[in-house]
Design a protein around this ligand. Structure first.
Ligand code: RIB
Length: 302
């Protein structure tokens, strides 16, 4: 059984405005939606909630607006045992939102950052102790890059492990990459990172070998095809368990949260990836980015 690791998460909180449909529209096409839901999301909040649901002491550094969505997001975090003392309430920006087109096996997302864009390096610095006291810092890229860098630098200076989920992809300066212990792009983010396209397993293996030489430990998430990393220089892929997919939104966030908790609990790389992928596959069986985040016991039993 695991201990209760402390995970610091610096990242976004969004209200997700989700239209569900049977299939995604093609470019220029109108399709009839089936349902509309407003549910809590945002990569930072999703990852924090995933960690807390798995039993970690999770604290989120972030920002919301002084509006209804902002209080709902904070309420959602505290109800789910995520510490909210480092979530700023900003007067002159709205809470971030994401408009999501959702079909069972697919989604497409547009975000409007709002208050997430005002989660500043100074705010992050002010909550440095949360990072220093954690075993793992988990970050993504929906808050300003400089704030992510500040958080990672604080972690590195105090010997805290860092997991960088480079999503949504933005170009990352080399010195920032060096602050990451683990980096977890999905396949298209990895292609953006390297500026190459990988059509076969062999090409992916070679791409990972080349890119991974000196940087952080590279873990590429591949949706229903599983998660790949290098083991003795060879591509090693842990397959995703087959499940009935309801909503893939937040699956990557669940993987990152679960992986971070597993690493902080002392699991090795392969065990932590396997744990993360089991958790993520459970998360897609429920609707909404956060509703399907599993407990440790559920992952163990899966
Ligand atoms: O990773 C899924 C999340 O991305 C959604 O919850 C949405 O808010 C966007 O940030």
């Amino acid at each position: 059984m695991h201990n209760r690791p402390a995970i610091a998460i610096a990242g976004s909180l969004n209200m997700d405005l989700v239209v569900s449909m049977e299939r995604m529209p093609k470019q220029g096409e109108t399709v009839k939606g089936e349902q509309f839901h407003t549910v809590p999301g945002g990569k930072g909040a999703n990852q924090a909630l995933a960690c807390a649901r798995l039993g970690a002491d999770a604290a989120l550094i972030g920002a919301v607006g002084d509006d209804a969505f902002g209080s709902m997001m904070k309420q959602q975090m505290s109800t789910n045992n995520v510490r909210t003392d480092a979530i700023a309430t900003i007067q002159d920006a709205p809470t971030g939102i994401a408009t999501i087109m959702h079909a069972a096996n697919d989604n497409s997302i547009v975000i409007v950052e709002g208050a997430n864009g005002i989660c500043t390096p100074a705010w992050t610095e002010r909550h440095a102790d949360i990072i220093r006291q954690a075993q793992v810092l988990l970050v993504q890229l929906e808050i300003p890059l400089e704030s992510v860098r500040t958080a990672m630098q604080i972690a590195r200076d105090s010997g805290v492990l860092t997991v960088l989920n480079p999503a949504p992809y933005v170009e990352l300066p080399d010195d920032m990459l060096q602050l990451a212990d683990y980096i977890t792009p999905n396949e298209s983010e990895f292609e953006s990172l390297t500026g190459a396209v990988y059509g076969t397993e062999e090409e992916l293996e070679e791409g990972m070998r080349q890119w991974g030489k000196e940087g952080p430990t590279l873990i590429v998430t591949r949706g229903g095809n599983g998660v790949s990393f290098l083991k003795d220089e060879r591509l090693h892929t842990i397959k995703a368990p087959q499940v009935e997919v309801v909503d893939t939104t937040g699956a990557g966030d669940c993987f990152n949260g679960a992986f971070s908790v597993a690493i902080a609990s002392g699991l090795d790389l392969e065990e932590a990836v396997a744990f993360g992928i089991k958790a993520a596959s459970l998360s897609v069986t429920k609707f909404g980015a956060q509703a399907g985040m599993p407990t440790w016991e559920e992952v163990d039993a899966g």
